[in-house]
Design a protein. Structure first.
Lengths: 423, 568
């Protein structure tokens, strides 16, 4: 391939997204540049002002032309920046104005895969039922957020904060979703092994999709998605809809007022209130995990360098790719690893970490570079060993790679950090 | 003048209460909900009902509402003749339904084991929330001393999990096992992980099948050949009974309850016997593995039911009396349930495997009913378990546990104290540690001593004292080789490993040790298998253990997810 058609340098612009991801990956060629935006969202970094500032910066950095957008999955901390506003001045409007050629999302976002409203969820497990499950999960969260004020003071503060955070993160983000469907010249809904539309836009770059697997692919490794699971989410969504209404189950039955609870019931009632919080947290954690596992996993390869962007993929998503010997070989010489799910417990499987051959305890040339976009204190719990970023993982990243975390971006005027890789 | 002592009328021992036989989806031919009258221990109840073992508190945490407790059914069952609208719409009936099923299950355990059974927590009364919150879940929580039942909107109205007999019996069984064998929740073999769920399913299903009203209704499923109140001989062979009674129950259970129970019953019924399952990766997952145990017991149930039917005379050529066939099914279920519960006393208290449970089943039943020649329960169990690759651990005759070897010293212990005092039993263990094969470096503790009196079918009383002890050894992975235990491949040498062992001690009525059912803390083969399983499935990762709570376990079962494991 002529040198003009190969990238000579890469710039990875890492935006300070709080608990969220926003990366602008620029491929520098001899006479032109190509820009790929990978995720644009936050769950704790100033909301609309931040997003407008970042969107403006992206417009400036790209010179008004974005070649591709990758939205790894539909969590708020990955797509909230794509939201438009009614007057057209939202951050998502700015990104749309950069006229991306391709928008890449997981297969679960394909509007054609979405079930029609009357389709029963009790159908055989398949893409329709699964996509419907994701919709039910988000509907559950929308209702949960309505119930949260009533739970305040009844459940522990830490549990309430977690519920609030996870509930908000998993809200449907409809404006962003619609914008992603419309902004690109072409939409690509990808799964393991499928084309992603990036290679024609990025000469000299190979781009492989390593996840998410389709349901058939999951079944190949014995992880058949349960039909009961679709039914479960459907009922949970309805149950939460009923709960958030706050109506009595038996309107005619006599009740005790809160002030006249018999003494022998009080201890248990307090426990039940707390249990309610725990149950909701357990459900919302499960659905958070399910959405994470729809993340697109991309492996870029150019000029002998490999960059791995796994979104928030966790073990269930990774399992299929890691079961393939050729994938394990491809991953051995990764140069840049975007740390999965902000450095969480289960998003950097030890099998994956063990594959990276460029890990080294010494700062030698060619050492693995790792990039973590994260914010402590937002997700998980140190006592449960689920805090994000997970200390044990961060220790390993620091010890065996050139580790960069967005926590290092300090100061009000600094919104990003640029990492440059010569090819 | 009042007499010093009142002349009292004889106190009733039992009272009859009406319950929903399985769940509101199972109907009588006239379309009304199928109900059953069950006997529960009579007691002077307070509103709730609130009795000596159970306290129903009808608080709904989703709505923040405490329903006023209904009057207790002390005089007569207020719902004896209630219509379906009342059964579904009156929370007072829901409270009574859940109370009756919990007490019935408890009474069955106490009858089988011949003693009172305590909960695992420090209270005599378990608390029950029949409408705890809007959630498709129901569970037992040791920490909250509670059984908790959710409700959720279904296609034909609200689905109340507290109205499902099998759900209530299942959760109650979790609580009872926890009281009897606290260490069964510890991370151990794949079999032990599967046992809590599997056994609770077994107890729940056999409890449901012990209602003749329900068995009779289920027998009509699959259109058997019948003539009036008679059923054709050809319609009650094993495969026909599987199609009618078992598949009937699986099919007719409220379909939306699949969101709570999953399809475990259906899968258990459809599992064709094979000795391959136990080795397959798919069945390493505890919920799936539990289905093997359920399937083995259900197949035994069908075999014994068939044996019992064959003892019936034909009511007309080629036909049996349908009611009698149903009663034989209910009797078979009751007997198997009693056997299964009795077996718990004869299981090792740590690192249980299915093969141990089979030996326990066979031994417990042999002790109380040496003559099994009428209905052949034990050969049926032995044969069906073997068809699933489960062979008795004991190499003794017919798979029953063998008496302890060696001479034991009784000189320093006292018969009376050995029946109730854990310190006295510990002294017995300590003085006989060599003969009993205990490891003297391990932490050893006697967990319980329980005298019991069991009633045999022939009226004979069997008196025993059942005690259990555990041994725990904390060592580093690097030390495993010294004990002949193989370390899982990538486990670091510095990893702390907790090895569990222990035994059940069954003393006869003279205080002599009859059986010592144990898993040695340093059984190299067993510990190697256990550690490999725990390592591969992430139980050594920080935080993994705490999350395997029963409520979480149920949710993951329904969602088709494996037990939560962490690859960190």
């Amino acid at each position: 391939m002529p040198r003009a058609n190969k990238p000579l340098r890469l710039t990875l612009r890492v935006y300070k997204a709080g608990f969220g991801d926003c990366f602008l990956l620029t491929f520098h060629y001899a006479s032109f540049e190509r820009h790929v935006l990978i995720d644009f969202g936050t769950s704790g970094n100033g909301g609309a002002d931040w997003a407008l500032q970042v969107a403006g910066d992206i417009r400036g950095q790209t010179g008004g032309k974005l070649h591709a957008v990758v939205a790894t999955h539909r969590h708020k901390d990955h797509i909230s920046g794509f939201a438009t506003s009614p007057g057209g001045g939202g951050p998502g409007d700015i990104i749309a104005s950069l006229r991306p050629e391709a928008v890449i999302q997981p297969w679960t976002e394909d509007p054609n895969a979405a079930p029609d409203a009357v389709r029963a969820t009790r159908a055989e497990p398949g893409p329709h039922a699964f996509v419907r499950s994701l919709a039910d999960m988000q509907s559950f969260c929308a209702r949960l957020v309505l119930e949260l004020p009533a739970l305040s003071g009844k459940i522990g503060q830490a549990a309430w904060r977690q519920l609030n955070f996870l509930g908000e993160t998993n809200l449907p983000n409809l404006a962003a979703v619609r914008n992603l469907q419309r902004m690109g010249r072409r939409n690509w809904y990808v799964n393991f092994g499928s084309p992603c539309g990036l290679e024609p836009l990025l000469p000299g770059v190979r781009c492989r999709v390593l996840g998410p697997p389709t349901l058939e692919q999951c079944a190949e490794i014995g992880r058949q998605r349960s039909r009961d699971a679709a039914e479960f989410w459907h009922l949970q969504a309805k149950a939460e809809e009923a709960a958030s209404g706050g109506e009595k189950l038996f309107p005619q039955a006599p009740v005790r007022s809160r002030a006249s609870l018999p003494p022998h019931t009080r201890w248990f009632i307090e426990r039940l209130d707390r249990m309610r919080g725990e149950q909701l947290l357990s459900i919302v954690r499960a659905l958070d995990e399910a959405l994470n596992n729809t993340s697109v996993i991309l492996l870029f390869e150019c000029g002998g360098k490999k960059l791995l962007f796994p979104g928030d993929a966790q073990m269930e998503n990774w399992s299929y790719a890691l079961s393939k010997p050729e994938v394990r070989r491809w991953l051995e010489d990764v140069d840049v690893y975007k740390v999965g799910h902000h450095g969480s417990l289960n998003a950097t499987p030890k099998t994956l970490w063990g594959l990276f051959r460029k890990r080294s305890p010494d700062p030698v040339p060619g050492r693995l570079a790792t990039v973590n976009s994260t914010m402590p204190g937002k997700h998980g719990d140190t006592r449960r060993g689920t805090e994000v970023p997970r200390k044990k993982l961060v220790d390993a990243l620091r010890a065996e790679s050139d580790y960069f975390t967005t926590e290092e971006i300090k100061g009000r005027d600094h919104i990003r950090h640029d990492l440059v890789f010569d090819l | 003048m009042e007499p010093a002592v009142k002349e009292s009328t004889p106190q009733r021992r039992e009272r009859t209460l009406r319950i929903i036989a399985q769940d509101p989806a199972i109907r009588r031919p006239d379309g009304r909900i199928l109900t059953a009258d069950v006997s529960v221990p009579a007691e002077d109840l307070l509103p709730g009902p609130r009795g000596y073992r159970v306290h129903v508190i009808d608080y709904d945490a989703s709505a923040g509402v405490l329903y006023r407790a209904p009057k207790p059914p002390n005089a007569a069952d207020p719902y004896r003749d209630a219509g379906d609208e009342v059964l579904l719409g009156d929370p007072g009936f829901h409270c009574q339904n859940v109370y009756a099923i919990v007490m019935r299950t408890l009474a069955r355990f106490e009858f089988a084991l011949g003693r009172r059974i305590g909960w695992s927590f420090s209270s005599h009364q378990i608390q029950i929330a029949p409408h705890a919150f809007s959630d498709a879940n129901a569970f037992y929580s040791r920490e909250d001393q509670a059984l908790v039942f959710g409700y959720f909107p279904g296609s034909k109205g609200t689905v109340f999990t507290c109205l499902s007999h099998d759900v209530v019996a299942h959760e109650t069984t979790h609580a009872l096992i926890d009281g009897l064998r606290q260490r069964f929740n510890d991370p151990s073999s794949p079999d032990q992980a599967a046992f809590h769920e599997g056994f609770s399913d077994i107890a729940a299903l056999l409890s449901v099948f012990s209602l003749p009203e329900l068995v009779e209704a289920l027998m009509d499923y699959g259109a058997p050949r019948r003539r009036g109140d008679r059923v054709a001989v050809s319609s009650v062979d094993i495969s026909s009974l599987r199609r009618s009674a078992l598949m009937g129950l699986a099919e007719q259970m409220g379909s939306e309850m699949a969101a709570l129970r999953g399809s475990a019953l259906r899968r258990s019924v459809e599992l064709t016997p094979s000795d391959r399952y136990l080795r397959q990766e798919e069945f390493m997952e505890p919920h799936r593995r539990g289905e093997i145990l359920v399937s083995a017991v259900l197949n035994s149930f069908l075999a014994v039911w068939r044996n019992r039917i064959q003892g019936l005379g034909e009511a007309a050529p080629g036909y049996y009396n349908r009611r009698r066939v149903a009663e034989e099914g209910a009797s078979a279920a009751r007997h198997l349930l009693t056997m299964a519960i009795r077996a718990l006393d004869y299981t090792p208290p740590a690192d249980l495997e299915f093969s141990d449970f089979l030996s326990a089943l066979l031994t417990a039943d042999t002790e109380i009913q040496p003559d099994d020649s009428r209905f052949h329960y034990r050969p049926a169990l032995l044969s069906t378990f073997q068809s699933f690759g489960i062979r008795p651990t004991s190499k003794g005759p017919n798979g029953i546990w063998e008496p302890p070897e060696g001479r034991l010293a009784y000189g320093s212990t006292h018969f009376e104290a050995m029946q109730r005092d854990t310190d006295e039993v510990f002294r017995f263990l300590w003085e006989n540690r060599k003969a009993l094969g205990l490891h003297s470096d391990a932490y050893t503790r006697v967990l319980s001593v329980r005298p019991c009196t069991r009633l045999a079918p022939d009226g004979f009383l069997l008196r025993e004292t059942a005690a259990e002890y555990i041994q725990i050894l904390n060592i580093r992975a690097a030390e495993l080789a010294r004990y002949g235990i193989r370390k899982p491949g990538r486990m670091p040498d510095s990893q702390t490993v907790k090895l569990f062992g222990g035994g059940a001690l069954i003393f006869d009525e003279y205080g002599r040790l009859k059986f010592h059912v144990r898993n040695k803390v340093l059984n190299a083969g067993r510990q190697t298998r256990r550690l490999r399983y725990l390592w591969e499935y992430g139980f050594f990762d920080h935080g993994a253990r705490a999350r395997n709570h029963i409520s979480e376990l149920h949710r993951r079962k329904v969602m088709g997810l494996p037990m939560e494991t962490v690859e960190e």
